[in-house]
Design a protein around this ligand. Structure first.
Ligand SMILES: CC(C)(COP(=O)(O)OP(=O)(O)OC[C@H]1O[C@@H](n2cnc3c(N)ncnc32)[C@H](O)[C@@H]1OP(=O)(O)O)[C@@H](O)C(=O)NCCC(=O)NCCS
Length: 146
């Protein structure tokens, strides 16, 4: 599968919102994404296959720390390497931006995501009890020094 990883533009926002809705119980709406795109702190990368947005990663960078907010792949394109391509590109982008630590929170039951992060060297450094709602669940805190 030919994938390209690009910076998200306003034109991509409806597709990112559609994937958000497919994947998360409290999704970002299209207008949220458009406003985050204007922020100097927020970053979105999209994965495209034949021009179609099939996945994205959103993250913030503040000085030398990067927080991964969400990574998601459209249902029909999972387990084809989209998530790995997005994380790889994010890490390279973060490094070039002067980041030394990348961190994130993930639902304790989300084994695909935890496995994806571990593949890139992220380590579990803590647990935040009942962090998530809808449904209530602990978050694992994961860190990577780059
Ligand atoms: C997590 C997610 C982004 C992975 O995306 P993907 O494009 O399917 O990932 P890839 O094909 O690049 O797979 C990368 C690695 O993730 C892990 N993985 C992916 N799907 C998995 C599954 N169903 N079970 C276990 N591990 C899985 C594997 O380690 C895999 O590496 P491998 O192919 O070398 O075995 C995707 O499952 C998703 O969109 N989930 C819903 C949204 C979500 O929960 N995001 C995380 C929020 S923190």
């Amino acid at each position: 599968m030919e994938l390209s990883i690009e910076k998200c533009t306003k034109k991509d926002a409806p597709c990112v919102a559609k994937i958000e809705k497919e994947c998360f119980s409290k999704p970002f709406k299209e207008e949220d994404i458009i406003s985050y795109l204007k922020s100097p702190i927020w970053h979105f990368l999209v994965a495209k296959c034949e021009g179609e947005v099939v996945g994205y990663v959103s993250f913030t960078i503040i000085i030398d720390e990067c927080q991964i907010v969400n990574v998601a792949t459209s249902q029909g394109y999972r387990k084809m390497g989209v998530g790995k391509s997005l994380i790889k590109e994010l890490l390279s982008y973060a490094k070039k931006s002067g980041v030394s630590k990348v961190y994130l929170e993930v639902r304790e039951s989300n084994l695909p995501a935890i496995s994806l992060y571990k593949k890139y060297g992220f380590e579990i450094v803590g647990v935040s009890k009942n962090h998530y709602s809808q449904p209530t669940e602990n978050a694992l805190l994961m860190n990577l020094e780059i």
